[in-house]
Design a protein around this ligand. Structure first.
Ligand code: SAM
Length: 291
């Protein structure tokens, strides 16, 4: 897939933190464009590269077609325990989750993630799942939309946006991402920030369609269960809902004597990385180590 573009975020810090050395075995639970996998391979590690997106898997198979130290599997990291065992990788020395979406998924995949494009609002990372953003926007009740935008999107104008969506869809389905973005923009006309006014609404839809928060909680639990002693778990998150879950679950693992938190404060991108890759601005990397 020649148009598959993604610049890996916090590449050095993430791979340094995994303590990669020849002979060790790692899981890249969100392999995407393969940037982190590539770096682990370069340092002599063996990798089980997992992604739930068929396009990403196709891309990874192409990039690593001559590479013997990587195995590529389509799957969800919430099932990591099963995937690792089925593929003969248990136990492992490190697990990495680089959460969210690749630039390819947002900009190229045509799945309606961007309010700047005329694409059908689908928003599934994994085409084998059934719920789409189109279903939510066009069939959920006003109250359910309000709950979604306020709780998952942390959107202050959730009620007004839910009202407007229900009003507009009386005249026909809302199908296109730019159209949805414009509906939100119209409601939030006072908005003066740097962010597009529909950012939080789109984020809430993406998170729900892809069951991101539940998958993360299960994936963290499954991830620690496949690591051997001194094994490291690194997670890069991109918004506060995710980071809160990672912080809370790592604390709970520590309290239960499973291991220790390595990063008292999350690692973030420096100015140079942010300048080169604006996506890295919100990245937070945390590490946990099994005892
Ligand atoms: C930020 S990108 C990862 C980029 C990758 N680290 C790189 O350097 O190219 C996130 C990837 O994780 C995948 N993903 C997100 N949630 C997932 C899940 N629950 N299970 C498996 N893959 C997931 C997405 O499809 C996407 O390809």
């Amino acid at each position: 897939m020649s148009n598959f573009v993604h610049i890996p975020v916090l590449l050095k810090a993430a791979v340094d933190g995994l303590n990669v050395c020849p002979g060790k075995v790692f899981i890249d639970g969100t392999a995407g464009g393969g940037g982190h996998t590539q770096e682990i391979l370069k340092r002599g590690g063996k990798v089980l590269a997992i992604d739930c997106d068929t396009d990403a898997i196709e891309h990874l198979r192409d990039v690593f077609k001559n590479e013997k130290m990587v195995k590529i599997v389509k799957g969800n990291f919430s099932k990591i325990g099963q995937i690792v065992r089925e593929n003969g990788f248990f136990p492992v020395d490190g697990v990495l989750f680089d959460l969210g979406f690749s630039s390819y998924q947002i900009d190229e995949a045509g799945r309606g993630f961007s309010f700047r494009k005329d694409e059908k609002i689908d928003m599934r990372m994994d085409s084998d799942t059934t719920l789409t953003a189109f279903d939510i926007v066009n069939t959920w009740s006003k109250d359910a939309l309000y709950e979604l935008f306020s709780k998952v999107g942390e959107e202050h104008d959730a009620q007004k946006i839910a009202d407007e969506i229900v009003f507009v869809r009386k005249n026909g389905n809302i199908e296109i991402s730019r159209e949805l973005g414009d509906i939100v923009k119209k409601v939030k006309k006072e908005y003066g920030g740097m962010m597009h006014p529909a950012t939080k609404v789109f984020q809430a839809l993406r998170i729900t369609v892809n069951n991101e928060l539940e998958n993360l909680k299960t994936g963290l639990f499954e991830g620690v269960s496949v690591l051997r002693k001194n094994g490291r778990f690194g997670v890069i998150s991109f918004h506060s809902l995710e980071d809160r879950i990672v912080k809370r679950e790592f604390l709970s693992f520590e309290k239960n004597g499973i291991g220790r938190i390595i990063t008292k404060k999350p690692i973030t991108a420096d100015d140079k990385e942010i300048e080169n890759n604006v996506r890295s601005r919100s990245a937070k990397l945390r590490f946990f180590e099994i005892v």
